[in-house]
Design a protein around this ligand. Sequence first.
Ligand code: ADP
Ligand code: MG
Length: 726
Amino acid sequence: MNIDDSLSDHIRILETHKKALTKLSIKTVRDLLYHFPVRYGDPSQTNTIANLSPGSSAVLFGTFSGLKMSKAFRKKIPMAQARFSDSTGTINVVWFHQPYIAKMIPSDTPVRVEGKVSERKGEIYLSNPKVERLSALPAVAGDSLFGENGGEARLYPIYPETRGLTSNWLYHSVQKIFKSGILEQTQDPIPQNILERYHLPPWKTALVWIHSPKNQSDALSARKRFAFEEVFFIQLLKQQEKRLWKEHGAFAIDKKREDLENFISNFPFPLTKSQERAIDAILWDFRKGHPMSRLLEGDVGSGKTAVAAAAVQAVYTTRPNGQSFGNLQTAYMVPTEILAQQHFESFIKYFKGSGISIGLITSSGCRKFPSKVNPSGWTDISRNQLLKWLANGEIPVLIGTHSLIQKTVKFKHLAYVIIDEQHRFGIKQRQALVREKSASSPRSSALIPHLLSMTATPIPRTLALTIYGDLDLTILDEMPPGRKPILTEIVLPEERGTAYEKIRKEIRGGRQAFVICPRIDLPDPTKELALNVKSVKEEAKRLEKEVFPEFGIGILHGKMKPKEKESVMLDFKAGKIDILVATSVVEVGVNVPNATIIVIEGAERFGLAQLHQLRGRVMRSTYQPYCYIFSETKSGNSVARLRALKKAANGFELAEYDLAQRGAGELSGGKQWGISDIGMEAIRNIKMVEAARQEAATIVEKGAGLESFPQLKEIAEKTEDRIHFE
Ligand code: ADP
Ligand code: MG
């Protein structure tokens, strides 16, 4: 009997549960035990229809009938309606803005509803209640569904809603595991002394407390323990990675900023102090003979490319060890084809006249600068030719998309790897580029390239300390001079006309605009959730016909062929298109300085950090930039959240705000970082993150490695699987 046994060895799993369990990635007993409730219900607080009073909130058990979709009286708000009954009576239930609910709950299925009791014309009803399907109703209303019969009254767990799995089923399955004796046979993964130091409950106790606590404070202390546990394991793993990484050898590149002065003076601008500091930090790392692993974090438009390029010059002008000819090589990986092309073009500008060859590789073809016929331009070349020149060292700089990671792409002396917008790549992709691309000769295979990761995703400090625990951090906290702060406006539906007039004025003055929509095609009417989301194609047509007939309008989205995208981007850059209607593909790094206006449709669907990045698209010149946030909802929360965009001075501030605003259980944004909801609770707590980091560092420093903690190692490996950074 083992905690990593398949769940089906211990619990009878019906066909209907299987799909739901797969969706939740619950395969083993451990997975089930680590699937935590989002909150708890108190059995003593259950109501009946007969004793409801308006203005209060209520928990009821019963069934629905007559579920239907409709439009609310006068205002045309989509809604769902139903009758709800228990043994004491029947009332009306309505859900505004959620018409699809009517389809999700079959009539006559036992449910638990929780929501606000409202009153209209003397009649009480429930509005927008949460609904959870149950396998059975409690025998008597007010009874605990989960009661141990005569035992102490416990709170009952409410798990995240999932189709096909009720909280009731999860509760009983967990209880069965508790009784099986598995817990007794499992060692606490956190060392005893650490638990004591932070007053955290032992593993077994914490599991019982989190799934069926006697009171809220037990539940809280269990959550704290598991939050700590998760961050602690991530830290262990990262600290270990860092240590191993620094043990490798790397090409020693011995350059100072003075050596790069000529190159840097070719930039059409002087560097900011921040950029200079970043270059110094990189050159310092380069000298050490151990591989750099540095994260360059800077708001959109802070000029990360120039920093990366200056370091390329240092690499390019260094000979391979013991050689008096040839150059060390650089690989520059970016997430989209448009970006790869854009960087290729910028690099040609920066390196023109230095005699350097630069390659470009994407899924739609390869290019090389300079072209034989035109020494100041590039030419298309075959993939084979490019790979050959790369492998024999004749192309010192290769820029590309995911195509860079393919096995056939081999360098001779790969010394420096740049990963742009690194959060868009999986950890495996990043490792592939760094570890497997070094030359195959046995002597140099011990050398690992220096790694520069770049990101504009502003994240809170606690999160950076956790997920980037293995990297050294440099922040570009200064914008190039002369940039005007962006004017951001939240535009409600009735204010659109005014906003469009302001935009018209700017475009007449020669500027260009982005309009960002969340969808490509017209919404599929069968998908209820997509109802109000604007589509790129539809919106482009509408703008052309009804709003801006005098301007050139183009579209750009992820489903277009790379060649089509490129030609649209070129037209936009060349000013042949005034307004580019696009999905959020333009989120990543596109540089069109003359585009100074961005309109974001359906803004409530984007995260604050994403909105901020979108907004960065138009902050690339000395013209006044404008951002119009078009919001469909008037919900107080959404609007307040969007308002933060107006005030925040930079992305980091915004990220802290987002973290502080969202309550526990609402932090699911952590998924993109490979952190669970409970782990995100730790991320809100700087003390907890620092403690976990400190403890992990001490263990790794002792040189004990993870081997002396077999239990830790196992879980750390699992954690690694989960961290995917997509
Ligand atoms: P990001 O950090 O978002 O990758 P980029 O490297 O694309 O930003 O730079 C954004 C714009 O700012 C580019 O047009 C670039 O040429 C310009 N730029 C970079 N550094 C400076 C600087 N020190 N002064 C003025 N403009 C700069
Ligand atoms: Mg960039």
